[in-house]
Design a protein around this ligand. Sequence first.
Ligand code: SF4
Ligand code: SF4
Length: 233
Amino acid sequence: MGKLVDELKQDIQYQHGMNACLNCGICTAVCPAAEVYEYSPREVMNICHTEDEEWLIDLLKSDKIWFCGQCYSCKPRCPRGNSTADVILALRRLSVRHGYFAESEKGRQQLFAKRVFGENMLKRGYTLTAENITPEHFPELGENWEYYFEHMKEMREWWDVPMDKENSAGSHRVIPEKDMDELRAIYKATGAIELMEAVEKGMEKKLGSKKEVEKYWENWLETADSRTYEMKS
Ligand code: SF4
Ligand code: SF4
């Protein structure tokens, strides 16, 4: 058994999600992600169950661990009481901690998750704010959203839910600083801050420099598509 396998087994969510896999494939049969991606929860569980270090590394470097939508449809149907969803979360943390996530296109999207959802949480206490939903990236929201996006401050005053005010309603209220301090303490104690830092470091290592990470980021902001960034290796 290798070091990574040992580390994976320390993760409490892995302990909860993996009992014993009999490779029956029921999880794959019910998995909505398996319908649309080259993805099989059965394969993920089987690799973990073998405890083969090399297979595990290949898995951590692949897109596969990022396809799961965390719907938990697989959990109640597994005859061994496993939860691929929980195992996947443990695998993702392991992949980020060791920088393997940056080897796959879907894994590199963690930079987006860190800089938008993660940083929003630490600054505002929300994962997503209306400013993130730009009309050019979400044209399907149509003209009404475009109008709201451009006039949100006046519209919210008109609705009597002003922006940037303590205890106003919705995602634009300001959360009191003492509550924000508690939230940041939770992020620190649970290791979320460490994972966020590991995302920046892993991307820098993979792309070669901080400057290149910023180029990747700018490309994302322009195109909203991580596939359009050309990897050098
Ligand atoms: S349903 Fe459970 S036992 Fe069957 S392959 Fe999936 S994880 Fe393994
Ligand atoms: S939780 Fe993930 S692996 Fe399980 S059914 Fe949903 S998408 Fe598939």
